[in-house]
Design a protein around this ligand. Sequence first.
Ligand SMILES: NC(=O)c1ccc[n+]([C@@H]2O[C@H](COP(=O)([O-])OP(=O)(O)OC[C@H]3O[C@@H](n4cnc5c(N)ncnc54)[C@H](OP(=O)(O)O)[C@@H]3O)[C@@H](O)[C@H]2O)c1
Length: 318
Amino acid sequence: MDKRILGGDLEVSGLGLGCMGFSHAYGEPVDEATGIDAIRYAYDIGYRFFDTAECYGPYENEELVGKALNGRKDAVIATKFGVTLKGVTPTPDSRPEVIRKSVEGSLKRLGVEAIDLYYQHRPDPKVEPETVAQVMKELAAEGKILHWGISEASQEYIERADAIFHVTAIQNRYSMMWRDYESYFPMLEKRKIGFVAFSPLANGLLSRAYDASSTFDPKSNYRASMPQYAPGAYEENRKLFSLLDDLASSHNTTPAVVSLAWMMAKKDYIVPIPGTRKKERMLENARASELKLSSQDVAAIDEALSSMTMSAVFGGHK
Ligand SMILES: NC(=O)c1ccc[n+]([C@@H]2O[C@H](COP(=O)([O-])OP(=O)(O)OC[C@H]3O[C@@H](n4cnc5c(N)ncnc54)[C@H](OP(=O)(O)O)[C@@H]3O)[C@@H](O)[C@H]2O)c1
């Protein structure tokens, strides 16, 4: 797989593997042996960037990723602090003493000497960005983290944090259904900050593997209540689906690959992290690294996306 650089000096594979779904949000967690086997498969086919978080599970996902990648020193592992998950409602908590406790736990569970990329999972309205950045600077000086990032923050927040200690990457929602963060591109370029795209398939919808007859267990699968999977949404997304189907057929590939290749063609600092527990889908998604869409292709897709109506998408609120 191609390599990409985040934040000026962090080399990762062109796509990362979102590991959340092994333990959280997309159905009952997989058993440990199955999860380890799948993550190692991703490594074997070229993924070198793996995404987890303290609150996935909580804790179990970091343990799984740590066990799976044990000894694979060129695997870049990103994890996150600053969110306490109670039920499905995340509560931000980035008090310095909480971060310091979190980092020790994550290092232990991942079985690493330093965390490659440590994100603040969500800004905490009670803690200033300068305070969080200062803690990151100290953790880096202590050798506990190598890079840091921020997920779902305002531009002002990112700039204030970056002024204290360089932010390597933001991690934000980004897909053909949610393009609002494109407005951040000039700021990211000015400050040499990478963009890691989460939910790049709009929680799987853009793969076209699901239709109006798909059902999800409301106890374990958040898709049961996501607006893009609601009754009626498939009809609202009819134009989007035909665009994806046409693109897939003209490039002799799949809708998932086109969706990922589209964002990768936009900027060389964009790294999607599609999540999947299935080996064949890891292989499929990795093919986005080979599909090089031209700037004309991207402009035509953008124009089509901007002019069509589509349903709401999970998390796509200000
Ligand atoms: N920073 C944050 O706040 C935040 C929030 C959400 C997610 N994330 C991270 O971002 C990663 C990706 O986001 P996401 O998992 O929410 O959304 P996503 O990558 O858009 O979609 C994941 C879903 O799509 C399915 N899928 C993936 N590839 C597919 C393919 N080729 N064909 C058909 N279905 C496919 C997967 O199902 P199967 O597993 O059944 O294949 C999974 O349920 C997560 O794993 C997590 O690490 C971060």
